[in-house]
Design a protein around this ligand. Structure first.
Ligand code: UDP
Ligand code: GLC
Ligand code: MN
Length: 331
């Protein structure tokens, strides 16, 4: 039974975060959600990527980027790039839905989580860094222009204590910690993959029930290398991860390589086989798959594994270390 007035909503302000949104959307589909899938994007997202998004999401909505521009507080968070997370507030404008679950583009569902819609606004799980705050990577809300305007007004008057949406939302829904335990989502609905080793015994005890993994932090799944043959995520000097974190990363990459890459390739092929005119429409969004220069291997790149480029990383010293890295370039 499909429920058309409720949706999972995510946000991607550029083609990089779209990779995460696509994997999240696919993971929700894999676990046969009965709810709609919506993604908010900003003008920066290329039209090629929009086509790919439309094949996974029911609704792709362009919104204006909102930025806290609060460099001082963002520096405290050590995440200067997160001012743009204010764009998340646009989710309250999706008033054709009666209730929604927002999920960050760096989350992944491991099973069906439609029961989240039994919760009320504002439900969220504790933040692993400060458990009296909720983490704003997964939350239940009711779209409402009134709430949206109140949030914008609150932002203008008070700003956000972390420079991103999480500080703002925690100040706005300030009684979350104390008022209603029903609005505390269990941690397994927003398990920070890096928090696992701050309490390993709890992870051993409860971890198998994890329903949503959140790759919170500056290093995202798409910043790792992945070996297609061994289906293993590779670690290098700049990335680290426990066994459990690596297995969550491998899950992300399995979905990416099995379902998202073929979509990206399909759209690329369509582009190649279409008329000049169609190509012209896509000029600005040409997908070029090429190997990355190892000297820039750790910078923020797409790691796309095109059929024609399955070659060993020239820096790899043994077959065990074979990995693939390609630059993904829409423009
Ligand atoms: N986001 C985005 N573009 C950006 C930064 C963030 O679209 O440049 C969105 C995306 O949905 C992302 C969310 O905002 O998952 C929150 O950012 P992030 O997940 O990087 O923060 P973290 O959870 O690591 O604190
Ligand atoms: C958090 C949340 C993320 C939010 C960011 C900025 O760590 O995981 O969703 O965008 O803080 O407030
Ligand atoms: Mn996140």
């Amino acid at each position: 039974m499909s429920v058309t007035d409720q949706a999972f909503v995510t946000l991607a302000t550029d083609d990089v975060y779209c990779q995460g949104a696509l994997v999240l959307g696919q993971s929700l589909r894999n676990h046969t959600t009965s709810r709609k899938l919506a993604v908010l994007i900003t003008p920066e997202v290329s039209s090629g990527m929009r086509s790919v998004l439309r094949s996974v999401f029911d609704e792709v909505t362009e919104v204006d980027a909102l930025d806290s521009a609060d460099s001082v507080r963002l520096a405290l968070l050590q995440r200067p790039e997160l001012g743009v997370t204010f764009t998340k507030l646009h989710c309250w404008t999706l008033t054709h839905y009666s209730k929604c679950v927002f999920m960050d583009a760096d989350t992944l569902v491991l099973c069906n989580v439609d029961e989240l819609f039994d919760r009320e606004e504002f439900s969220a799980a504790p933040d692993s860094g400060w458990p009296d705050c909720f983490n704003s990577g997964v939350f239940v809300f009711r779209p409402s222009l009134k709430t949206y305007n109140l949030l914008l007004q609150f932002a203008a008057e008070h700003g956000s204590f972390d420079g991103g949406d999480q500080g703002l939302l925690n100040s706005f829904f300030s009684n979350w910690a104390t008022a209603d335990i029903g609005k505390h989502l269990p941690f397994i609905y927003n398990l920070s993959s890096s928090a696992v080793y701050t309490y390993v015994p709890a992870f051993h005890h409860f971890g198998r029930d994890t329903k949503v993994v959140h790759f919170l932090g500056a290093t995202k799944p798409w910043n790792y290398k992945y070996n297609l043959q061994t289906k293993r995520v590779m670690q290098d000097g700049t990335t680290s991860g426990s066994f459990h974190q690596l297995s969550f990363l491998a899950l992300w990459w399995n979905i990416y390589s099995a379902s998202i890459l073929p979509l990206l390739e399909k759209f690329q092929k369509m582009e190649e086989s279409e008329s000049e005119e169609w190509k012209h429409t896509f000029r600005g969004v040409e997908i070029t798959l090429k190997k990355v220069d190892p000297s820039v291997a750790n910078s923020l790149q797409m790691h796309v594994l095109p059929e024609q480029a399955y070659e060993a990383d020239p820096t790899a010293s043994s077959s065990e270390e074979l990995s693939f890295k390609a630059e993904f370039n829409w423009r």
